[in-house]
Design a protein around this ligand. Structure first.
Ligand SMILES: Nc1nc2c(c(=O)[nH]1)N[C@@H](CN(C=O)c1ccc(C(=O)N[C@@H](CCC(=O)O)C(=O)O)cc1)CN2
Length: 289
């Protein structure tokens, strides 16, 4: 095995810094009689999704946010799911909430996301929030893309003018991240790759920053990476050997920066979910002052 050269973008340490800030802000809200509340809607018994939802509520307890869990059976109908969404839309204890993705195949994911009150959309995945992001208006931003940008900034990775290759076109990261990174404040040039991309290795090789979010274990290998590039491993695959990211181990011998998986962007996805809930509670406090 070659020398390890890459600087590790440490998502857990960065998350801990964000939690200190969030706890102070939640305490300030408490002093005004407001306790933010995060709701989750989990359908079915997928162990990965159940574990992410448990993690979100454990995080809430750490910073003082109330938890509202709605755990529903796998065979729930669309109408029953939407009734739970309507209940959370109307529930004053719920400042913001998420529908854990993916939903079972018989349910309409987009219809569920659209049913969420955009003001309570803690994930930033409602069409109104994504549309506001496209238009450059104030919006609740998607959590994983926020985590990627924050991690790059935290470790002083140059973004302005950087060539970014994103691999994967999912709704939680691949599609929205280009919208964040091409804002004037970030000013990157972004290429979005997917299974239809003809020469993935060439697209990755020209990137200063690679965001790997395809969910294909070990897809990005050392020979595909420009020496010194920042490589963020966001994909997750459950393999017989356990959880694997999209980035092969040998990439850290070539990359300048690498976000590991686990321990990179994942903890920040959770931190920015709480951040979105706290920001919304602060807006409500300002409106009622
Ligand atoms: N409604 C949503 N659904 C999904 C999202 C999302 O942002 N909103 N993203 C993913 C799952 N996800 C959050 O829900 C998520 C995935 C991974 C992590 C994380 O912290 N991972 C750890 C490792 C965890 C482990 O060992 O199991 C890490 O990377 O260190 C947090 C959140 C799909 N669904």
């Amino acid at each position: 095995m070659g020398a390890v050269t890459a600087t590790i973008l440490d998502g857990k340490a960065t998350r801990d810094e964000i939690f200190i800030d969030l706890k102070a802000r939640v305490d300030a809200l408490e002093a005004k009689g407001i306790t933010p509340g995060l709701g989750t809607v989990l359908v079915g018994d997928d162990p990965g999704s159940a574990s992410y939802v448990r993690g979100k509520h454990a995080d809430c307890a750490k910073v003082g946010i109330n938890s509202l869990r709605r755990d529903l059976p796998a065979d729930i109908t669309q109408a029953e799911l939407e009734a739970v969404i309507d209940e959370l839309n109307a529930n004053p204890e719920c400042t913001g909430y998420i529908v854990q993705l993916p939903l079972p195949k018989h349910l309409d994911e987009n219809a569920a996301l659209e049913r969420i009150d955009p003001d309570k959309d803690a994930d930033g995945l409602h069409p109104v929030n994504l549309g506001r992001l496209v238009l450059g208006k104030e919006a609740t931003l998607p959590c994983t893309p926020r985590g990627v940008v924050h991690l790059l900034r935290r470790y002083d990775v140059p973004i302005d003018g950087a060539r970014v290759t994103v691999v994967g076109r999912g709704v939680t990261i691949g599609r929205p991240i280009g919208l964040l990174l091409t804002r004037r404040s970030e000013n990157a040039t972004v290429t979005l790759c997917h299974t239809g991309t003809k020469d993935l290795a060439a697209e990755v090789r020209r990137a200063d920053i690679v965001v790997a979010a395809a969910g294909v274990a070990g897809l990005i290998t050392a020979d595909m990476v420009k020496p010194g590039a920042a490589v963020l491993d966001v994909g997750v695959s459950r393999t017989p050997d356990g959880l694997r990211g999209d980035v092969a181990d040998n990439v850290r011998e070539v990359a300048g920066y690498i976000s590991p998986n686990p321990g990179g962007v994942g903890p920040l996805t959770r931190a920015f979910l709480l951040s979105n809930v706290v920001e919304r509670a602060e807006q409500l406090a300002a409106e009622s002052a």
